[in-house]
Write a protein of this length. Sequence first.
Length: 621
Amino acid sequence: MSRVIVVKGGARRSVIRAGIRGIPGTGGGGSAGVSSFNSRAGAVTLVGSDVTAALGYSPVSSSSLAAVAFSGAYSALSGKPAIPTVPADIGAATAAQGAKADTAAQVASLAAVAFSGSYADLINKPFIPTAPGDIGAATSAQGALADSAVQSATLTAGLALKVDKVSGYGLSQENYTPAEKAKLAALDGSLWKGEYATLAALQAAHPTAVPGSSANVDAGVGDPVLRYIWDDSDDEWVAQAGSADPITAAQVKTLYESNPDTNAYTDSEKTKLAGVAANATANPNTDSLNEGATNKWFTVARVLAAALTGLSVATGGSVVSTDTVLQAIGKLQKQVTDLVDAVSGKQAALVSGTNLKTLNGLSLLGAGNLAMPIGDMLSALVSSEGSITGNTTLTASAFGKLHACSGSTNYAVTLPAGTGNTGKFVGFRCPAGTTAYITIQRAGAETIDGDTSIVIREKETLMLLASGAGFVVIQYKHNPVFAAVTRTSDQSIPLAAFTKVQLNIAEGAGGNTDGAFDLALYRFVAKRSRIHNIKGNLSLTATAAGDAFSPRLYVNGVQVRFCGYSTSQSATIMGVSISADLQLVAGDYVELYVYNHFGGSRAIPAGFPGTCNLSVTEGAK
């Protein structure tokens, strides 16, 4: 039997009993060739299929094998998986975090005072004394008497220092009185505080003093010395009256003329008096004076009859207080003449439809109000309503038009540039049946009332006015997103745990705008970035007086509002309300939670009206 050696990838393998026979006497596989193979007689030439048929598989060339087939090394593999190296790679906490979690205090292990903060909820409270006797003390009245009492030893010692009184004498025959003692004390040299260059220097050196204290302030050569004394009632240094230099002649004059019925007699008045003729008389009016032949009186008749000699009408303009009568009349006449020339040939009367246009078929002439419904005004401003159903960037041709935005998929409309289009209008409306939320967004760095965009929805209208640096909102009809939900069955609330209230049904046909409240996850999801008004009512069954719970509002899984807990007065129903105005951005979600403080597990009863509901109303922009 011949023996065939097959080499695959460098490894030596044998194919035995493959049915190969050599020519008799030559030995199988000799130089004489193969005489038969698998029942084939004669000279047989082997081909590749003969070998693979004998092996039972197709040999593979080593050049087609991957490098790892020869090295067996992990590094020679391709497409290796990422092997986690830190806890975060598999969403795990660190060992340090785990250690903290093991030692962290759990809510259920906290005492009631941890939530109420009330002294009444403490246990093992210390005794608090309320009367002096509780601590073995005397009363305050006894203490006051003790403080003022004279002890016998003190009294005896004091009397030993006294002298016997002699009638007619004080402490000596000189009769040294208290008044003389006070006078002597006032002569103490410590009351003199010295001399300083400025008042500020004195104040800095002696910010306070005792009554009677004094000091000098001398700024130097040419300045008088001022004496300052301490004003104890006002707590300040004041200049002593009469301590300045002698008053000047001008000061004497001022003081003299300040007296009643004493006036200044000036040189001009003296000269005027000297010019009065002897025997001159004072006349109260001109009635006692005779009119001269040349200088006549200005009577009304003479003024009205005076000719306007020298009148000039060459210059117009406003009449001012410095104009003469002739100048004023000339200016007025010039203005009248110019007005006559200006209106010459003008339309004598306005006729609607002839020389005055109508507005939307209505005449502008006549008295009263010109009634113009908004629809008519829009038709006057809009050549034809535009239609938008997807992402659009508007051009300047969009001004002066109202654009109807409809569709079922959210999209954005980019405004034309407000710069260079000041005073132009552009409007948008969402017809009924529109389920898409359309974002009206700025162009470039411009703003819309300070914002980058405004989102509008079904049955809303937005009118914008280009202001040069962007747009201002001149009209916005708001159709708020609204949700009002409740429960369909009782919900069990465990003790000492934060439990989400499972609000799973809308109240009324319009109680869940566009599915804003997710009834499966029990949460409200903001459709637009607005302020939202949130109100909730929650009642729980009580098992005994003193049971308590508190509702909470969560935004994105974080508590943002906490309402003081409700305490039952009996084993019935206890309830409380919670409300808040929250600024939400699109995608933020709000959930109602409840924490059961005391009394054991209880339930939210669904059978009582108003015991469990939540309403969310979206505010306008």
